[in-house]
Design a binder for this molecule. Sequence first.
Ligand code: SME
Length: 166
Amino acid sequence: MYDFKPAEPLETAELHRQLLAAAEALTAGEPDAVANMANVAALIWEFMPDLNWAGFYRVAPAKSGSADELVLGPFVGRPACIRIPFGKGVCGAAAESRATQRVEDVHAFPGHIACDAASASELVVPVLREGAVVAVIDLDSPRPARFTAEDAAGIEALARLLAERI
Ligand code: SME
């Protein structure tokens, strides 16, 4: 049985090792994407200190029909903007480039979409399935430069685990 919350503050590499193990255990054998995204958003929230938002945007059809865009998925935090076109904001940049965006100062990021004025730094990691982006994992922090390269690598490992589970 995994304890789904660290008992004490953890060093970053160990934190990500335990977070990945907990996510693996919680999503194993469960085919429901919403359930898995909801539990993983909650896990990230429990494991990673100094967050004010943690969750998912999924790639889904735009209301107008034609192009896909990012649509809000399960998250922990304040209510957030629902639809983000590819290329817009930090999430849209991650989806368009299919590359992790680690932003130390969101106010210096061109086109950053402020859902919560408290956000100061942000990490967005695409979830790729057969090379195509199917979702992004979005983490916000009120602390500038909150996210390290080690955090990015940890969330990228989580994204690889989730690729076939969401
Ligand atoms: N700040 C994001 C928008 C999503 S919220 O942070 C939850 C962005 O610029 O894409």
